[in-house]
Structures are given as structure tokens and as C-alpha cells.
Design a protein around this ligand. Structure first.
Ligand SMILES: *Cc1c(COP(=O)(O)O)cnc(C)c1O
Length: 489
């Protein structure tokens, strides 16, 4: 074992001295002692000193690769540097010591921040209304589809199909299916965009919603977007934008101006809040006026010079999260947006696209790129081995870990065989991108001259090749205090 559980480090020392209560004869204390509420046994906590705690968690943090350690080119995930000022301001006691059940008059600062963030995201997306309630991209998708459902119910129309292109993120069909829709897939054409003729055939008056990612997961801008939007309008179908790829557009173009009706954003991708490990995240939904009545409650509104949480919204789909969403994440994104400004955001998307094209140009000499046009914020190579070669995409990705980089997204999107999907983001310097290109050159040279190196990789990481299927399907995350761990007074 590389680092024991903190329970295994337990040595009986006390990390913290709690003063004796000064009101030992207090009636309440006596009542508590005689009531059912008092603990009969001490909680099973490890007995370690403060320095043991600090060293344990510092050692753990070093076992993993993270975005503060180096380039993390995880396509479609927008793993960018998280500015530390976001954390500084999110840690202000004025925010952290609040409780959502406090009287609204004492929550005005937080409400003003949430209200301003709704406004800024409205400007960024080109939509009238925004909710900050959903706590992930997939949660934003589900929220949007629930709104679509409520909208058609109100209209008295029965529509049970959601159309999704074959390049979509897996969460799109999953959300549609969770919401009770039948999913219909449309294929991409040879340029990597939606096949417009096949699309028109699939989208009719039975179709409730089309879920489109733009730029799509190949990093290509859907150049027929206006024609697609026009067809949706004609058939009364809602056009949904999976906005996880907004890093390519921020400060330049909003899906609200391209004919979309509703979208989600990932604050934990585009807007620099921490990302990974399962949360907390934030997936705001922005929509046009016709869907706004169905947005989840509450919305933060301005009433004269006061801010308030509006619950009285008769058509709302209701709560999708407790209170006001993940406020700490919203606050980090708010700080980011205020420090960048619109000019800064324009530079973000410009540099993100430039960095991706720079990498693409150099890496295309090493691996084929099946849909080879100028890309937006990411691009997809194929690691499919040539005849007689044993090295696959997985081996290339694992070898990158040995060379000090996080591996890119692999085997997604499914329309590219053995896909390797690279998204450098705007926060990487040219020097860092050049180091990544050098690493890739070394790996391709090794593949052709010493393939065993790749088949054995990674050799420098704390753990080697894991059973990823078992890790996802049978996660063993629960610690059961038993045997020697139990310490009773
Ligand atoms: C990340 C991503 C999602 C899902 O977002 P989560 O916050 O991980 O739930 C959806 N679509 C695309 C294209 C994505 O990249």
C-alpha cells in the first residue's frame, strides 16, 4: 500500500485539546446527558496528531495528477487552470458562514452575487433567463428536458422522441432516456457535422427536442446550424445546446443568437471552477422567453433595490437542488467572470482555439486526424494501430503519464476509431505545448522501435494499469470501522 488509511495511522495520540465545558451543571447539559441524543460510544475517529493529518493528506494529494501539476489535455472536459483568487474570495467568512435558512434580509450580498452571475451568463449565452440550480452538466441536461416536457404538456402536444447526433456526449441520450423520452440517433456526414438531410428526416412533429453540441465533440463548428434551427422551428421542436464546449465561443458568440432555445453551461469547465472527483460542480441552464416559466425554483430576482429568491412560479418544474444550487461554485465562477471581463473572455476562446490548432498542426504529423479541418478548442486523432503493430490508443495514453502529462480523453467520440481527443485550453503556454509535442514524438518513436515500453506503461505512477471497468462498476469506497479500529472509552 502506498499510503495507509488514516485509520491505520491511528496511534492513540490526541490531535486537539478540547477545553472542559465551563458550565458543567447547566440544566441543558444534564438533560442532554439523560436524553436519547447523547452518544453511548465515542465516534470511530482515528487518533492522530495534527502534523500526521497534514502529512497524510499532503502525501495523498501528490499521488494523483491534477491541473495544478501540469497540462491536462482532457478533450471535451476543458481542464483549465483554476485561478487562486477564485478560492480566496469564495473562502471569505461573509460567504462561508452563512446558512441558506437565514432571513433573506441577511443574505443580500450572496443574492446580489447570484443575481449578477445570472445576468452575466445571460449575456454570455445570448438567452433571457438563467437558473443556477443544477449541479452538473448532466443535471442541466435533465433539468432542460424536464422543462421541455412541461412546455409540451402545457401546449397539449404529445411528443416522445429526442434526437441526438452520433457524436454526442453519452450524457445526452442518458438524460433523454431518464426523462422518459425515446432516443433517435442521427449520423454525422463525412465532414464530421450533422448530416442535414438525415436530420430533417428524423425531426418531425413527434420530436420534442434535438440535443446538439456546438462546436461538436470533434471540435468542429456545425456550419449548418441556422438551417438546423430553421427546421426545428418549422416542426415546433425545441433545439437544445449542450454548452460543455463553450470554451470555444465565450466572449464571441452565444447559442441564443444561433437559434437554440435552451442550453446548459458547465461552470466547472468553461468558467474555471475546480473539476473532477465527482463534484461539487454547477451546470446552469439558460433559455429563451418561451421556456423561462418552466425554469426550476427559486430564481434570484431583483425587487426594487432588494434581492430575493422567487418561489412563486406556478409553471416551474420545481426544485432540482436544495436552496440556491452550489453557491460556492457559482461564487468562484462569478469572480472569474468579473476578473476576465468580456474582452478577457474573448481572449480565452481565441487562445483556446489557437492552442488547439497549434497542437493539431504538429501532432497531425504523428497520428492521423480523420476529420481534418481547422478545429475549434479541441481535435480528435486516431490511435488505431497499423497492420502488425500491437500498440493501441490506450498504450499511448498510459505512456504519456510516464512523461509527466495527464492522458487525453480516449475512445470518445465513438465515431473515430481508437480516438485520442486533445483539448489544451488557453491556460497553457507555447513552451508547455511544445513539451507535449516532444512527448508525443518520443512516444511514436518508441512505438516504432521499442513497443514493449508502451505496452508496459505506466511505470512511474503509484499504481499501474487498473481494472477500469471494475473501478466504475464495483467501486469499493466504503470504510467499515471494525476489529482493531474500534476504540471505545
Ligand atoms: C462534460 C460534458 C457533459 C456533462 O457534464 P458533467 O458536468 O460532467 O455532468 C455533457 N456534454 C459534454 C459535451 C461534456 O463534455
Amino acid at each position: 500500500m502506498i499510503e495507509p488509511l488514516i485509520f491505520d495511522l491511528s496511534s492513540g495520540v490526541e490531535g486537539y485539546d478540547v477545553a472542559e465545558p465551563s458550565v458543567t451543571d447547566d440544566i441543558a447539559l444534564k438533560e442532554l446527558e439523560s436524553s436519547q441524543l447523547a452518544c453511548e460510544i465515542s465516534p470511530f475517529l482515528p487518533q492522530v496528531s495534527e502534523v500526521d493529518v497534514v502529512r497524510h493528506f499532503t502525501r495523498l494529494s501528490e499521488l494523483n495528477f491534477h491541473v495544478d501539476k501540469g497540462l491536462y489535455p482532457l478533450g471535451s472536459c476543458t481542464m483549465k487552470y483554476n485561478p487562486k483568487i477564485n478560492e480566496r474570495l469564495a473562502a471569505l467568512p461573509g460567504f462561508t458562514e452563512q446558512h441558506p435558512l437565514q432571513d433573506e434580509s441577511t443574505l443580500q450580498g450572496t443574492f446580489e452575487m447570484l443575481y449578477s452571475l445570472q445576468k452575466i451568463l445571460s449575456d454570455v449565452t445570448g438567452f433571457d433567463s438563467v437558473t443556477l440550480a443544477p449541479c452538473a452538466g448532466a443535471h442541466g441536461e435533465l433539468t432542460s428536458l424536464m422543462m421541455v416536457k412541461a412546455y409540451f404538456k402545457d401546449l397539449g402536444e404529445k411528443r416522445d422522441v429526442v434526437v441526438v447526433p452520433d457524436s454526442a456526449h453519452g450524457t445526452n441520450p442518458a438524460s433523454a432516456s431518464m426523462c422518459g423520452y425515446t432516443v433517435k440517433e442521427v449520423l454525422s456526414d463525412s465532414s464530421g457535422c450533422v448530416d442535414v438531410e438525415a436530420f430533417k428526416e428524423a425531426v418531425d412533429e413527434k420530436c420534442a427536442c434535438v440535443m446538439l453540441t456546438n462546436p461538436n465533440t470533434l471540435g468542429i463548428f456545425e456550419n449548418n446550424i441556422l438551417e438546423i434551427a430553421e427546421h426545428c422551428k418549422k416542426t415546433g421542436t425545441i433545439l437544445y445546446c449542450d454548452g460543455a464546449n463553450m470554451n470555444a465561443l465565450v466572449g464571441r458568440a452565444g447559442p441564443g443568437t444561433m437559434g437554440f432555445d435552451v442550453m446548459h453551461l458547465n461552470l466547472h469547465k468553461t468558467f474555471s471552477t475546480p473539476h473532477g472527483g465527482g463534484g461539487p460542480g454547477s451546470g446552469p441552464v439558460a433559455c429563451s422567453a418561451k421556456l423561462a416559466p418552466y425554469l426550476p425554483s427559486p430564481l434570484i430576482i431583483k425587487d426594487g433595490d432588494r434581492f430575493k429568491a422567487e418561489y412563486n412560479r406556478p409553471k416551474s418544474i420545481g426544485f432540482v437542488h436544495s436552496f440556491f444550487g452550489n453557491v460556492g461554485i457559482a461564487l468562484r465562477a462569478y469572480v472569474y467572470l468579473r476578473t476576465m471581463g468580456f474582452d478577457g473572455l474573448k481572449e480565452v476562446s481565441g487562445t483556446a482555439v489557437l492552442n488547439a490548432n497549434y497542437l493539431k498542426k504538429h501532432l497531425s504529423k504523428l497520428l492521423p486526424i480523420p476529420f481534418d479541418k481547422n478545429c475549434m478548442h479541441e481535435f480528435v486523432m486516431s490511435g488505431k494501430p497499423s497492420e502488425g503493430c500491437k500498440v493501441h490508443t490506450l498504450d499511448i495514453a498510459k505512456r504519456l503519464l510516464d512523461l509527466g502529462f495527464h492522458a487525453p480523453t480516449v475512445y470518445f467520440p465513438l465515431i473515430v476509431e481508437e480516438a485520442i481527443m486533445v483539448e489544451p485550453t488557453e491556460t497553457e503556454s507555447k513552451a508547455e505545448l511544445d513539451r507535449f509535442i516532444d512527448a508525443f514524438e518520443q512516444i511514436i518513436h518508441e512505438r516504432d522501435n521499442n513497443p514493449e515500453l508502451l505496452l508496459d506503461a505506466p511505470v512511474t505512477t503509484p499504481v499501474r494499469r487498473l481494472d477500469e471497468t471494475a473501478a466504475a462498476r464495483k467501486p469499493d469506497l466504503k470504510f467499515c470501522p471494525c476489529g482493531d479500529y474500534v476504540t471505545r472509552d
